[in-house]
Design a binder for this molecule. Structure first.
Ligand code: ATP
Ligand code: MG
Length: 407
């Protein structure tokens, strides 16, 4: 048997990027031989194994044929006769279809190295169209390598467009889609992911609620960039620049969905868009079976981001309600993430990227002030039951009033 490094490990070494996980392909071996060497089989369908020591993935060279809709609709053929070239041709992009032996000799039948130099994300063969997930994968790689100057080759974008126009994307499972979306959001330029999906028409299929934001104007006084779609992309970009976690990035993407529902005659104002957007945020959350923490933050940021921006103007009672909506006394971290999302929203405006956001400290201070209200003295005064609750609330309101006066 011959063993080669493939895919991301080869690509990233040639790009001079750190290689984190290594995928291997094994040519000329049978399942029995792999098991005899102590490899552990991964799935029932795939001829993929884990190395007994390193835990890295070793796949038998295989060919694939599409036999139905979606990812389940593939038949694999793995045998010792399948060549390296035959295995590489089933891969998505030329830069992912290179292999390397232990002497670093490159096998590159589909000119991945040339495309690396040309900074092009190009599909290997027309079989690209057989798995719609590749549309998301290409958009994700575009987001990851945009900083290096990579773009999607026009003919690949065209294939992605055809895939998006057919109903193939609808066959993707929520789990597979979310895995790509969440990884893409954590890349350096997550906004490029959305841009590429939009450019090939996939955004309209996957997240029509986000697609609808493009072409919707906002008041230029607050939003010099005017376009709501452009604003959303900038907010996402700010979230990446400021190294925000996935929860915040997801919330950033969805925070203004309600603006896509505003009747044109009301433009550029968007009255109550925060509330109107909630059902859309919920729909997107459910479509991709998004993890609970991301779902919750997106909904809370959607509903309350304007409160965040107006923090200094809020009455103590409104401020307390805000803190309670976040369950801030038990979950301080989630309120921090809300503040971060609000700040990214403010910075995601053209020319205002560097403007300070004093609301952040004000909100943080409010949470601390309310949290610092001591319960013990109230107990000592004899409060209990509902009266204790009322007394705590009174004290918290007092603390928030003082906080507001000091600001
Ligand atoms: P990453 O750095 O994100 O791990 P990667 O290129 O290693 O990037 P993997 O998802 O680990 O991506 O897949 C390993 C390789 O398998 C890819 O480089 C590609 O050659 C191939 N591959 C993975 N998924 C697909 C797919 N859906 N269609 C075609 N080829 C794929
Ligand atoms: Mg990999």
């Amino acid at each position: 048997m011959r063993i080669y490094k493939v895919g991301g490990a080869v690509r990233d070494r040639l790009l001079g990027k750190p290689v984190t996980d290594i995928d291997w392909v094994v040519v000329g071996a049978t399942t029995e031989e792999m098991l005899a060497k102590g490899f552990r089989p991964v799935g029932a369908d795939f001829p993929v194994f884990l190395h007994p020591k390193s835990g890295e993935e070793y796949a038998l060279a295989r060919t694939e044929r599409k036999s139905g809709r979606g990812y389940g609709g593939f038949t694999f053929h793995a045998s010792p006769e399948v060549t390296l070239e035959e295995d590489l041709i089933r891969r998505d992009l030329t830069i992912n279809a290179m292999a390397e032996d232990d002497q670093q000799n490159l096998t590159d039948p589909y000119h991945g190295q040339r495309d690396l130099e040309a900074r092009l994300l190009r599909h290997v063969s027309p079989a690209f169209a057989e798995d719609p997930l590749r549309v998301l994968r290409v958009a994700r790689f575009a987001a990851r390598y945009a900083t290096l100057g990579f773009t999607v080759a026009p003919e690949t974008l065209e294939l992605m467009r055809q895939l998006s126009e057919s109903n193939e994307l609808e066959a993707l499972t929520p789990e597979r889609s979310w895995k790509e979306i969440s990884r893409a959001l954590m890349e350096d330029q997550p906004q490029v992911f959305v841009e590429v999906l939009r450019a090939c028409g996939a955004l309209k299929v996957l997240m029509p609620e986000v697609d609808a934001l493009f072409g919707v104007p906002q008041p230029p006084a607050h939003h010099p960039e005017i376009d709501t779609g452009a604003h959303t992309l900038s907010v996402l970009q700010q979230a990446a620049i400021h190294k925000q976690p996935l929860t915040v990035r997801w919330a950033c993407l969805l925070h203004d969905l309600g603006k896509g529902l505003t009747p044109e005659q009301e433009w550029p104002r968007h009255i109550a868009h925060e509330f109107k957007g909630l059902k859309l945020i919920k729909a997107v959350n459910e479509r991709f079976k998004v993890p609970r923490d991301c779902q919750e933050l997106a909904l809370l940021v959607g509903e309350y981001h304007t409160h965040g921006h107006r923090a200094h103007e809020l009455k103590p009672s409104t401020l307390l309600e805000l803190l309670q909506s976040f369950d801030v006394f038990r979950r301080p971290q989630r309120f921090e993430e809300f503040i971060a999302a609000c700040e990214m929203d403010a910075r995601g405006r053209k020319g205002l990227e560097e403007k300070s956001y004093p609301q952040a400290d004000y909100l943080r201070g409010a949470a601390t002030a309310a949290r610092n209200v001591a319960v013990q003295p109230l107990l000592e005064q004899g409060f209990k039951g509902p009266e204790l609750g009322e007394a705590i609330k009174r004290e918290r309101l007092k603390a928030l009033k003082t906080h507001k006066e000091k600001a």
